[in-house]
Design a protein around this ligand. Structure first.
Ligand SMILES: Nc1ncnc2c1ncn2[C@@H]1O[C@H](COP(=O)(O)OP(=O)(O)OP(=O)(O)O)[C@@H](O)[C@H]1O
Length: 315
């Protein structure tokens, strides 16, 4: 658990972070969101002591971080940033292995870990491990940055716009991977973004910041349903609030299931159980259909989802 109590950070006359209180429970993904300059990165960098706070308290599992050895503290906190910060003259494997090396893991354990992470992040241990950063695409470099943050198996992940510089499709893929990794590894994560859709997708709870303050800290659903101020309402975009709510739920939540799975008709177009209700609505509009077959991950037809249900109960 991470607790910030009355934390302030000033740079000269600028109050970058203004007396914030924030509790992030173990295993939670807390996303800090807000416009440029509102204090998100400063907040994150105070948690791993890259920046000292001006006043207040930051506790990790009840211990004040100022009492911990800063190196030991950072080894337990994976840190991924937008520019990746990879060492240009080191191979991908060596870049990922940097924290295991600092932790003095035996080389075999380190190498196994590097291979495991490359696979987890959709990279190929056989071909990618020996490349240098300049031989990677932007998306691959970001993946390596995330792999490096995970390498020492830290309890805490701090991620500062780690997908910021990517095209929409790569970004979407990495978000999906992040959700999958989070389900598998259950790290306590603080994630910074200025993209509200990314925040809604990844967060268990979102902290909306404005001018150094936290103006709302709540679940994605509560932020959409009950924005605390006009600022939050603007941030979420009032007009497509309904679609954003649909994006939070899956087809599996609303579908009608058959008693037995069926073999799908050839060429039948439907949605997957894990797709969002927003995707289902989009497919219905596109195909002008009132009902869609739903498929399991294994490709069996397991039920249907109806437009009427979606309009009445989806959001
Ligand atoms: N090293 C510094 N020296 C002086 N002012 C700083 C420094 N770092 C940040 N600031 C100021 O503190 C405020 C908060 O900056 P911060 O980087 O935390 O914002 P942010 O929300 O992460 O913004 P962005 O999304 O643009 O990265 C800004 O006004 C910024 O100019």
């Amino acid at each position: 658990m991470i607790e910030l109590k009355g934390v302030t950070r000033r740079f000269g006359d600028v109050v970058a972070v203004d007396n914030i209180d924030l509790t992030i429970e173990t295993g939670e993904v807390c996303v800090l969101v807000g416009s440029s300059g509102c204090g998100k990165s400063t907040t994150l960098r105070m948690i791993n002591r890259l920046l000292p706070r001006t006043s207040g308290e930051i506790l990790v599992d009840g211990e004040d971080i100022n009492k911990a050895d800063p190196e030991a503290l950072r080894l337990n906190m994976g840190y991924a940033i937008q520019s990746t910060g990879l060492f240009p003259h080191w191979t991908v494997a060596r870049n990922i292995g940097v924290v295991p090396d600092l932790l003095k893991w035996p080389s075999r354990k380190r190498d196994e870990r590097v291979n495991e992470l490359l696979t987890l992040l959709g990279l190929d241990p056989a071909t990618d491990a020996h490349k240098y950063p300049h031989q990677l695409s932007g998306g691959q470099a970001q993946r390596v940055g995330v792999a490096r943050a995970l390498a020492g198996d830290p309890n805490i992940l701090l991620m500062d716009e780690p997908f910021g510089a990517l095209d929409a499709i790569t970004r979407e893929n990495l978000q999906q991977e992040m959700l999958r990794i989070q389900r598998q590894l259950n790290k306590t994560t603080v994630f910074v973004t200025h993209d509200i859709d990314e925040a809604l997708k990844l967060a268990t709870r979102i902290a909306v910041m404005d001018q150094g303050r936290i103006i709302q800290h709540d679940t994605p659903e509560a932020i959409l349903r009950r924005p605390a101020s006009a600022f939050v309402e603007n941030l979420i975009g009032k007009g497509d609030r309904g679609l954003k709510l649909l994006a939070l739920r899956t087809v599996g939540d609303l579908m009608e299931r058959y008693p037995q799975p069926r073999r799908p008709e050839p060429y039948s177009n439907g949605v997957n159980e894990a797709d969002s209700l927003r995707v289902a609505l989009s497919v219905m509009v596109w195909q002008n259909s009132a009902e869609l077959p739903v498929f399991s991950e294994a490709g069996e037809e397991i039920g249907t989802v109806k437009r009427e249900q979606l309009l009445q109960g989806g959001a």
